[in-house]
Design a protein around this ligand. Structure first.
Ligand SMILES: Cc1cc2nc3c(=O)[nH]c(=O)nc-3n(C[C@H](O)[C@H](O)[C@H](O)COP(=O)(O)O)c2cc1C
Length: 220
């Protein structure tokens, strides 16, 4: 995956090799209840200002998947009354195919002194941990929202409460077919260095300077 792996990269290999695996590349078995519990515990270890855990997951167990498939089909028809039988079958499969299916719900606490944006960031960090934990356990996983997550009727049907947001559906399962290679993104694309103030009376700091590959080594 990398041109060469440093020692740090080798130690972080699990995090650095996580990739999303689409539901059609997944197969049974999915995680067992103990593994799912561990995955959720990993989510709860994400940084969380105020310890609010402003998120939750809804598990859709096998006996309720047909009912969920009906909800997905109805949502598709609300959006597109002329949806073809193939479109409707695909909508149903999003509910029935994944070995484990979780709804990821963001639940910002409204009357908290923790700013909403930090609660959303905390929820996102938890989502990342859930996906990384599934990967570390050897499963493939992906979160997908699609348009259905913005449908208020569907959100109500799956138990999302007023003030909550259905952020996506997480599919988890054994990997039947490996996903394509991830595209390598250089850390320099998100890494810059503050230049300080040249003139302390000037409120505007000079623009950050991008880090060049030759500067990756720890500076003084
Ligand atoms: C909340 C959330 C919702 C997403 N919804 C979709 C989606 O509806 N369709 C899609 O193609 N990718 C969606 N993605 C992106 C994929 O889950 C995945 O991260 C992306 O394809 C990049 O793959 P990677 O995770 O292997 O880098 C979503 C990501 C997040 C965090």
């Amino acid at each position: 995956m990398w041109r060469h792996m440093t020692g740090a990269e080798r130690i972080l290999e699990v995090l650095l090799t996580r990739r999303s695996v689409s539901p059609r590349r997944l197969e049974h078995p999915g995680p067992n209840p103990d593994e799912l519990d561990a995955i959720i515990q990993a989510g709860l270890r994400a940084p969380d200002h105020g310890g609010l855990h402003p998120w939750r997951v809804i598990e859709f167990r096998p006996q309720n998947r047909e009912a969920l498939a009906w909800c997905f089909e109805q949502e598709k028809l609300r959006r597109d009354p002329l949806a073809s039988p193939t479109d409707l079958r695909r909508a149903r499969e999003h509910a029935t195919r994944p070995p484990l299916l979780l709804g990821f719900v963001v639940s910002p606490r409204e009357r908290s002194k923790i700013p909403a944006r930090e609660q959303w960031l905390g929820a996102g960090a938890a989502l990342g941990n859930l996906l990384s934990a599934a990967h570390q356990l050897g499963y493939g996983a992906i979160v997908l929202s699609g348009e259905r997550c913005f449908d208020e009727t569907l959100a109500r049907q799956v138990g999302v409460l007023p003030g909550e947001y259905l952020a996506g559906f997480i599919s988890v399962g054994s990997i039947r077919e490996a996903p394509p290679q991830a595209r390598e993104v250089l850390s320099q694309s998100v890494w810059s260095c503050w230049q300080g103030w040249q003139d302390p009376r000037d409120d505007n700091a000079p623009p950050d300077q991008p880090i060049l590959p030759s500067e990756r080594v720890r500076g003084s």
